[in-house]
Design a protein. Structure first.
Length: 195
């Protein structure tokens, strides 16, 4: 097979240069020797070390992006709560809801390839009044949401008001509610978000 490749290459050079360049057989012999060396050469310790370092850097970058998104998620949640709501539910939120929120972020990142992860962003300005949106994680360039985090205020007769934390994903067109948990407010009407 190598001989045919070599002959094809020689004929191609001759045709492309209209015979102006005559192939030197010494060059083609060296070319064949180089092919043999490159084909059977074992990776060196430096090559393996470089590959490991590259994998480590990619892992660290992915971890850094994940930590950045999780930190921004907590910040956006507290912006949405405002001081009045945060004062009452922050402890329970940090212990029960935030770890599940971070787990959902990790699962979303795990489904993406490394190329897309570096271009993710988190939306700012959560919705106020009684609207649900806390934040979305989206692709920065296309502005396509991958995951949306919401909190809904529910009034249950004879029980009172609850905050229902949940998220939606792009995989099912944001239809399914994936429950993160609930926090009880009281029997009294809670203030508006960001109050």
């Amino acid at each position: 097979m190598k001989k045919w490749t070599q002959k094809l290459l020689v004929v191609s050079v001759a045709l492309l240069t209209f015979g102006a360049i005559n192939p030197n057989h010494e060059i083609w012999n060296n070319f064949e020797d180089d092919l043999k060396l490159n084909r059977w050469q074992e990776p060196s310790a430096n090559d393996i070390s470089s590959a490991i370092q590259l994998d480590t850097l990619l892992y660290e970058e992915k971890t850094s992006i994940a930590q950045s998104l999780k930190g921004a998620a907590k910040t956006q949640a507290y912006i949405k709560f405002g001081p009045r709501i945060a004062e009452k539910i922050s402890g329970e939120f940090d212990m029960r809801i935030l770890p599940k929120m971070e787990e959902a972020i990790d699962m979303t990142l795990a489904r993406l390839d490394d190329e897309k992860i570096q271009y993710l962003t988190i939306t700012e300005n959560p919705s106020g009044d009684y609207a649900e949106r806390i934040f979305n994680i989206r692709e920065q360039d296309s502005r396509v949401d991958l995951i949306r985090f919401h909190v809904r205020t529910e009034n249950r007769p004879n029980e009172g008001f609850y905050y229902n934390f949940h998220y939606h994903t792009k995989e099912d067109s944001f239809v399914t509610h994936y429950n993160l948990g609930e926090i009880y407010w009281s029997k009294n009407m809670p203030p508006k978000w960001m109050a």
